[in-house]
Design a binder for this molecule. Structure first.
Ligand SMILES: *[C@@H]1O[C@H](CO)[C@@H](O)[C@H](O)[C@H]1NC(C)=O
Ligand SMILES: *[C@@H]1O[C@H](CO)[C@@H](O)[C@H](O)[C@H]1NC(C)=O
Ligand SMILES: *[C@@H]1O[C@H](CO)[C@@H](O)[C@H](O)[C@H]1NC(C)=O
Ligand SMILES: *[C@@H]1O[C@H](CO)[C@@H](O)[C@H](O)[C@H]1NC(C)=O
Ligand SMILES: *[C@@H]1O[C@H](CO)[C@@H](O)[C@H](O)[C@H]1NC(C)=O
Ligand SMILES: [Fe+2]
Length: 381
């Protein structure tokens, strides 16, 4: 899927994590005081998500529609028109970031804001939790189909890179479904086999060994930017999914620091948060160092699980805001990661209530390998 167009600008590692949180410090960054209209998040009606009404009518009750959604459907219609951009370590490239999208009216606002954003993302990095079909009785697979049709208006024209979230598992023995990830893997042809498995990231599992072998192979001259996508955030100051990512963080965080990962994007928590560069790798049983510290060799962690699914926003935050948290806000939205060259990338987050060009949060990233100077935003404000 057009991988040649960005293979020379960066490398992604997609991991499935089932979450984390960290002890609270004081003197945090900014907690936005933006006030949202209070409204319930509801899904769009089934028949509102067709980009091609004639096809939709034919397919709605067809037994074969399962094979025709999303990628396959798009390719069948041959509308993936994708011009590879320049390649090379200083080639610019613009990514969109969306997570936990679902198919509510808010999801539609998020996707519309991404499409209308004047910065024009060329590829979506999706951090997991796609359709939320599993929130419907019997994991209603019609909702997987409608989700494919809803996102088709973008996914048919540009690549979306998928991360699996917990809502992709669809493991439901009570209705005879004992094979996890079945609807997801039948619809989305992700390269998970390279790392052995979708779900297990524990020590010495195939995914662990894959990542251990993969990270040293990254040639930062060829791929200057090292971006990791995962579902469950490691650093999260909302009172949701507390500590769920901790086991994964303990295993992998030293590698992320050692191999100079630039940024880690996660979803799962249905809100927005950006961290300072921090790490929590000094701990051993005797020294008691178990709180995250400022660390310019570490990645920035961004939670972008604010796509707008029917479960609604995570609004309850830990107080005071931890020092590692640079900006947090419980609003739906999307982000843009705009790579300028091997040293600089401009990142910005957009909330759905604003105009399409408005940036609610932003940061200049300095590449950790090529230009590892202090880029923390709290020191600038
Ligand atoms: C699909 O089937 C339902 C139930 O039989 C029917 O009400 C609906 O009109 C059908 N939709 C289409 C597009 O044929
Ligand atoms: C979804 O958004 C598109 C583009 O803004 C709009 O045309 C469409 O009516 C919306 N759909 C629903 C069901 O609100
Ligand atoms: C990294 O890539 C550059 C450019 O292709 C090449 O010259 C260099 O030898 C590579 N380094 C390693 C360690 O493979
Ligand atoms: C927020 O979460 C904390 C910790 O789980 C809980 O004690 C508190 O009651 C919650 N506050 C609200 C308003 O739900
Ligand atoms: C890289 O991009 C930044 C931001 O646009 C710019 O300031 C810098 O001069 C660029 N570096 C080179 C070598 O072009
Ligand atoms: Fe989610």
């Amino acid at each position: 899927m057009g991988s040649s167009s960005f293979s020379c600008s960066l490398l992604f590692l997609v991991l499935l994590g089932l979450v984390l949180n960290v002890a609270v410090l004081c003197n945090g960054g900014k907690t936005s005081n933006f006030v949202r209209p209070v409204e319930k998040t509801i899904d769009m009606p089934l028949d509102s998500m067709f980009s091609e009404s004639l096809l939709a009518t034919m397919l709605l009750n067809s037994t074969t529609q399962i094979l025709l959604c999303s990628w396959d459907w798009s390719h069948n219609k041959a509308i993936l028109v994708y011009n590879p951009s320049a390649v090379g370590p200083d080639a610019p490239y613009t990514f969109g970031l969306i997570g936990d999208l679902g198919q509510s009216f808010d999801s539609n606002r998020t996707l519309t804001h991404y499409e209308m954003n004047p910065q024009k993302g060329k590829t979506v990095l999706f951090v997991g939790d796609l359709s939320y079909a599993d929130n419907y009785p019997n994991h209603d697979n019609v909702r997987w189909d409608t989700w494919g049709r809803f996102t088709e208006r973008s996914a048919a024209y540009q690549p979306w890179i998928w991360t699996a979230g917990n809502h992709e598992i669809d493991f439901a023995p009570e209705i005879g479904e004992t094979k996890p990830f079945k609807p997801y893997t039948h619809r989305y042809h992700v390269p998970y086999k390279a790392s052995g498995v979708l779900l297990h990231f524990g020590k010495y599992t195939p995914q662990y060994k894959w990542l251990e072998a993969e990270l040293p192979k990254v040639n930062r001259t060829e791929t200057p930017w090292l971006i990791v996508l995962m579902h469950a955030p490691w650093y999260n100051s909302y009172n949701y999914h507390y500590m769920e990512g901790e086991t994964m963080r303990v295993m992998y965080e030293p590698w992320f620091v050692e191999y100079k990962v630039d940024v880690v994007f996660a979803g799962h928590v249905h809100a927005y948060e950006r961290s300072e560069r921090i790490s929590n790798v000094a701990y051993n049983i005797v020294n008691g160092k178990c709180t995250p510290v400022a660390d310019q060799t570490a990645p920035v962690y961004i939670t972008i699980g604010d796509g707008g699914n029917l479960e609604g926003l995570a609004t309850n935050m830990t107080e005071p805001q931890p020092a590692y948290s640079a900006y947090r806000e419980a609003s739906f939205g999307h982000a843009i990661f705009d790579i300028k060259n091997r040293t600089h990338a401009y990142y910005n987050w957009h909330r759905n209530q604003d105009g399409y060009a408005v940036e609610a949060d932003s940061m200049w990233f300095n590449n950790r390998y090529w230009h590892p100077v202090d880029d923390s935003t709290s020191s600038q404000s």
